[in-house]
Unconditional design. Structure first.
Length: 261
């Protein structure tokens, strides 16, 4: 197997935070004599989350077995997930920060599944994955990410399962969402103002019948173009007969025409 050096598009601050989480966990357990130091375990987890490499590739790159790579990655992921903000705390922080609006959207995290695992197949994205609901700030900063659901679950259903719509309605903030969340504004009209139905209901005007379109210029005589208000009082223009060979109307006329030719 060939090895090579690669870069990871993450900041040193992210690596330092993950390393501190792993180090404090090891100190609490009194764990010693591990294959990798806390920094390398954190870096392995970030590589897995950012690039999606297999455990065999991670083990070969960091000099550990596949089972050890699997154990280190899952341990670090559980530690990071336990520190993720809850939905109520994230929304309370957004209200305190005075954000003008929030953005709600769903995403699909691809997974390795066979075709028989239909519950994990997303017909929208045409691949297997897990459905995640994301709430972000206007500048794109992630405020809250839900737990995973099967890829076949609709975004609106997932939002209702996690109680996102009800929690957003309680904050009173304006929330922008796409067409996948149509129907949520019926229960909470001010919760999702970005959907098509909510925008239509907000700016709905009484339906008025449009005036008939004027006739085309080539079909209107000069009198109509001069005074359009009297167009309805004028008789319709007559079309000139088409030029060309006349067609006889009776069989006798057709036989006469053949003899003449």
């Amino acid at each position: 197997m060939l090895l090579y050096r690669a870069s990871l598009p993450l900041s040193r601050r992210t690596l330092a935070y993950a390393t501190g989480v792993v180090r404090r966990h090891r100190q609490a357990l009194g764990s010693r004599g591990r294959c990798l130091p806390p920094g390398m375990q954190a870096l392995m987890t970030l590589v897995y989350l950012r690039k999606g490499e297999t455990y065999a590739e991670l083990g070969a790159g960091f000099g550990v077995s596949t089972a050890t790579a699997w154990r280190y990655v899952n341990e670090t992921v559980d530690l990071l997930a336990a520190r993720a903000p809850k939905l109520g705390a994230a929304l309370a922080r957004a209200v305190k920060a005075g954000l003008p609006y929030l953005v709600l959207d769903g995403t699909l995290v691809s997974i390795d599944r066979v075709a028989a695992d239909r519950p994990y197949y997303s017909g929208k994205h045409r691949r297997h994955g897990m459905n995640l609901q994301v709430i972000a700030a206007p500048d794109g900063t992630l405020l809250w990410v839900s737990g995973p659901l099967r890829g076949s679950v609709h975004d609106l259903t997932a939002a209702r399962i996690w109680g996102v719509v009800r929690a957003l309605a309680a904050t009173g903030l304006l929330v922008l969402a796409d067409k996948a969340y149509q129907g949520a504004e019926r229960a909470h009209p001010h919760a999702l103002q970005g959907t098509r139905q909510a925008r239509t209901a907000k700016g709905r005007q009484p339906c008025t019948r449009q005036a008939p379109r004027p006739r085309r210029t080539r079909e209107c005589p000069a009198q109509v173009m001069a005074n359009p208000a009297e167009a309805a009082l004028l008789p319709p223009p007559r079309r000139t007969p088409r030029q060309g060979h006349p067609h006889p109307a009776t069989p006798r006329d057709r036989s006469t025409l053949k003899k003449a030719q």
